[in-house]
Ligand binder design. Structure first.
Ligand code: MN
Ligand code: MN
Length: 364
């Protein structure tokens, strides 16, 4: 049966690679089901074309690792042991020769690279990233089920936030309520929740603080929830009290751009076409200079993965991809508006996984 691990093994065989040495927690989770944040300690999954995989982790996590991934040999190491020595011993015991090793070049740091060269000399190191991205970019039905649930929870989290809006509450007040309610239900956020209002919302990656919500402000929510290891990512912008005509025009422009890109989402459309469909609408409205980021990004185990929806990416959409569409217009001191949905590409079109309404909502 095909699964991520067997697909990776097939690639190793095909490319004549002796091992893939994976070190990023998200890739390790994707291939092993073991989720861990090891901080500075070494966590690695070594996958071979034929021999069983090795999972190296701090000793205190070894039982959890074995429970998550019973088909791997788990090697725990204590804080006074050298994990590299232990990996080397196992590889020697198994009589494996490593000539060509795939590593995550973007993730591995210089110190670890020096260790790997020292313990496994005379090897060539190639990048595993491109293959890992390709595998992770196409989701299975099982993965989509998890993202769908994460999106349902994100819709609920926005609803909780919108209900909290009242005069005098700070961005932090509202953010704390959202995260508290989600945690009480047993869920973690995919990233630090953003609640931005007034001038703060005009910064695409602003930092929530003690700014109080006032009538006539737009309030931007950008948040996501994790369900069984998979992320959602939603943005909604609502009005508190009546807003200016200019703010309303900005809102409608973003909504039109967002919906236009959603409506053409289907297999065979390029990422560039998607981005440009939204971007052209914003450009034609005269706000082109105020949309300073790409249209969207893939998501799954990580909050940002492939495909990258940029105006120069010729990659064609395929069934199984899940990505965001999130145009925004940020005019300093006037308005910050972004609307973001998570889209799943099906054989015949797409399914919009986030469902919170997008027509302008005015909270009185
Ligand atoms: Mn977002
Ligand atoms: Mn996003």
């Amino acid at each position: 049966m095909s699964n991520p691990l067997t697909d990776l093994c097939s690639w190793l065989q095909l490319e004549d690679i002796d091992a893939a040495f994976l070190t990023s927690p998200d890739n390790i989770f994707y291939f092993s089901g073991f989720k861990s944040d090891p901080h500075e300690r070494l966590l690695a999954l070594v996958v071979f074309p034929e021999s069983e995989p090795l999972l190296i982790c701090p000793q205190m996590e070894a039982v959890d690792a074995k429970n998550a991934c019973d088909y791997a040999e788990v090697i725990g190491y204590t804080d006074i042991e050298n994990p590299w020595e232990k990996i080397k011993q196992t590889i020697t015991t198994r009589k494996l020769t490593l000539r060509k090793v795939a590593i995550e070049k973007e993730h591995m740091n210089v110190e670890r690279y020096e260790h790997i060269q020292h313990y496994f000399p005379a090897h060539s190191f190639i990048s595993a990233e491109e293959k890992l991205r390709q595998l992770r970019m196409i989701k299975t039905e099982k993965e989509v089920e998890k993202i769908r649930e994460a999106c349902r929870l994100a819709d609920l989290a926005v609803e909780i936030g919108v209900h909290e809006i009242t005069e005098g509450k700070t961005e932090m007040d509202i953010l704390a309520t959202i995260e508290y309610e989600m945690k009480k239900m047993g869920h973690e956020m995919s990233f630090s929740t953003m609640v931005l209002t007034g001038a703060n919302a005009a910064s695409p990656h602003g930092t929530p603080g003690m700014t109080k919500i006032q009538r006539g402000d737009l309030v931007l929510f950008d948040l996501g929830v994790v369900y069984d290891g998979y992320c959602s990512d939603i943005t909604r912008t609502v009005a508190y009290g009546d807003i200016s005509e200019q703010q309303a025009v900005i809102y409608e422009t973003v909504r039109k751009a967002q919906e236009a890109a959603v409506s053409i989402s289907k297999p065979g459309i390029s990422c560039a076409e998607l981005d440009l469909t939204a971007r052209n609408i914003i450009n034609e409205s005269g706000f082109g200079n105020y949309f300073p980021h790409r249209l969207g990004h893939g998501l799954g185990v990580s909050i940002h993965e492939y495909p990258s929806i940029t105006e120069t990416n010729p990659l064609l959409l395929q069934a199984g991809m899940v990505y965001t569409i999130e145009p925004g217009i940020y005019v300093p001191n006037i308005a910050g508006v972004r609307i973001e949905d998570d889209i799943y590409i099906t054989e015949s079109g797409c399914e919009v996984l986030t469902r919170y309404p997008k027509s302008l909502q005015i909270i009185q």
